[in-house]
Write a protein that binds this ligand. Sequence first.
Ligand code: ADP
Ligand code: MG
Length: 388
Amino acid sequence: MKETVLKGFEKVFHTTDGVKCYFAPGRVNLIGEHTDYNGGHVFPCALTIGTYAAVKERDDMKVRFYSMNFENAGVIEADLKKDIEPSNEWKWAAYPLGIVWTFEKRGKKLPHGFDMVIAGNIPNGSGLSSSASLEVLTGYMLNDIYGFDFTNEDLALIGQYSENNFNGMNCGIMDQFASAMGKKDNAIFLDTATLNFEYAPIKLDGAKIVVTNSLVKHSLVTSAYNDRRKESTEALEALKKVIDIKTLGDLNEEEFEAHKDAIRDEIARKRGKHAVYENRRTIKAVEALKNNDLKTFGELMNASHVSLRDDYETSCPECDVLAETAWTVPGVIGSRITGGGFGGCTVSIVKDEAIDNFKETLTKVYSEKVGKTPEFYVVEIGDGPYKL
Ligand code: ADP
Ligand code: MG
């Protein structure tokens, strides 16, 4: 991919002199979905696939962006001398530009501009966080080129701030944290209320993580996501009147059941239930993994899917077909929708000897029921961002 992005740079900007290359990973979340803005735990891991950049400094104050994945958008240009504001006119470049904007808000003004070509080998808009990988990539690159000293954890927070305030997506911290803090062969058990985290080695003896892309992306994902956020806040506010908590992540299942009637609105009650139970499932899943109890881990993944399908309602019929079919395949340890939802991917843990049958069965059932052929990626857990 380094060669690819360098070639792209040469084609678009006609040189490779002084060009520097960078990578930041996408991520898959094993369990703990929609808990990151509810003060709960998440358990994602960075992947070896992600987004690559080739970057060259400029003498003037222009920044120019080109994506090999969005060639039709052409070269997108901004002028650092003018105030950069959130706008649709930036198209995909709103992601890297939002990072420049956030750096400036934090007192890191760029002394001069740059040209940047990017190429990703992660599917966009599929729940594997191509957006966070692009944000972390940009922050890591700016740090390196201009000699700023943000830590990788800072870069995660900058990415989230930018996505919230420049892109209008009220995401939690999980995606950026997983990309910025990734560690080969480890998942990250992160408490999103405190940002305390621990690495958990993923040793899936004789099994692999398989991501299945439904190849559907429903419209209005951002507004539906922001609605979920509002509904869970409504649940929290109602509960706060009867119990002393700061976030939904403070509650266990019994406490929730004892106080749930304080949430009058039925929808908000379901959202609150998911946030509480999913957080507890995540804690239990990490415990199970420590005890080498993959069976329990898988059952918790399946329960997570059911909760996302029925209570949080961020699954979709297509991903339900993928997960529910996966549950019937011998050798599948667990399977669930992953990421923000409303389309995108499922994540499954599948025994090595069962992978062929898994792919065949899902392909057959999915083509019959949905009329599409799903894509499969047997993924590996990789490191956070680095210079190439
Ligand atoms: P996800 O993060 O799950 O992949 P999002 O909808 O949050 O999905 O982010 C996808 C968006 O991120 C794309 O529509 C595009 O604007 C931007 N993006 C991600 N990767 C690239 C890339 N390689 N080139 C240009 N834009 C990208
Ligand atoms: Mg995203």
